[in-house]
Design a protein around this ligand. Structure first.
Ligand SMILES: [Zn+2]
Ligand SMILES: [Zn+2]
Length: 276
């Protein structure tokens, strides 16, 4: 499969999953409906980035994943993107897309560059919602870049993404042998790496009795993997329970679990696209 086809399949299954999880009774339906528009735009941008690469191969990014952004590919899509957000986002976010549309292209470049350099590493203070515009726009570009990079085998337990040094967004359990093997999914470049099952990715706690797991009856494929030592939690999507789950999307739909974890005093290491 070419990178363009891989991207088309990945975005296609995210959109289909969002459709599947939307229902009149779900608290997340409004978000999922909005996400479908975002993912459709991302699918298109990914295809464009891939097509441009066919014409003008840039090779493996030498300076790593966060090498300079190619604005000749990106900027022509920004205005269209902002109008998608303006039309479909919740009011506050729609307004910030409208405001961004009024700025000069120099300001656009500055805000995209700031996100590109710091995302997933120093963004804890910024707030996820404030980051949304740059994050959703650049995600397909980061995914495409990541797919071009060669991977060295991961040695030991790496808490940050081996490709871009960002914090994990999610855990993913995949069937392997008799049980499930845990992977972490990067909050910036959306790639996965293997990770120990009983080990807190925030503080390194490995005592099983300090690492409680909570699962809600109605969403058995979504786990809250908490740590009583550092009080952070990792959201893990369990594909051994539901092979049709799509980690990025099942996570967005799990709003009630976010509220619950906060009530219990646990914080999330890295918020998702919608800041939950
Ligand atoms: Zn990464
Ligand atoms: Zn911990």
């Amino acid at each position: 499969m070419t990178l363009e086809q891989t991207g088309r399949t990945a975005y296609g299954s995210r959109i289909a999953r969002a459709e599947r999880l939307s229902s009149p009774t779900s608290a997340a339906t409004e978000f999922l409906e909005f996400y479908k528009h975002v993912a459709s735009f991302q699918k298109l941008l990914h295809a464009n980035v891939a097509a441009e690469h066919e014409v003008k191969p840039s090779g493996t990014p030498r300076a790593g994943l966060r090498e300079e952004l190619d604005f000749t590919v990106l900027l022509p899509h920004l205005r269209g993107y902002l109008s998608v957000i303006e039309q479909h986002a919740p009011p506050a976010l729609a307004e910030s897309a409208r405001q961004m549309g009024l700025l000069s292209s120099d300001s656009w470049i500055a805000s995209l560059e700031a996100y590109w350099q710091h995302a997933g590493r120093y963004d804890q203070q910024v707030g996820a919602f404030a980051q949304f515009l740059a994050r959703a726009f650049l995600q397909p570009y980061a995914e495409f870049r990541a797919a071009l990079m060669s991977r060295a085998p991961v040695v030991g337990t790496t808490r940050l993404c081996p490709l871009c040094a960002s914090r994990p967004l999610l855990g993913v359990l995949r069937t392997e042998g008799d049980g499930g093997k845990r992977y972490l999914l990067c909050s910036f470049c959306i790639q996965e790496w293997e990770f120990r099952r009983i080990f807190c990715p925030t503080c390194g706690e490995e005592a099983e009795d300090k690492l409680p797991v909570y699962i809600a009856e109605e969403t058995p494929q979504v786990r809250v993997e908490a740590c009583d030592t550092c009080k952070f939690y990792l959201r893990t999507i369990d594909l051994t329970k539901d092979g049709h789950a799509v980690p990025l999307v099942d996570d967005l739909a799990a709003i009630p679990l976010t509220l619950w974890a906060h009530e219990q005093g646990y914080s999330r290491l890295q918020p998702n696209l919608l800041g939950t």
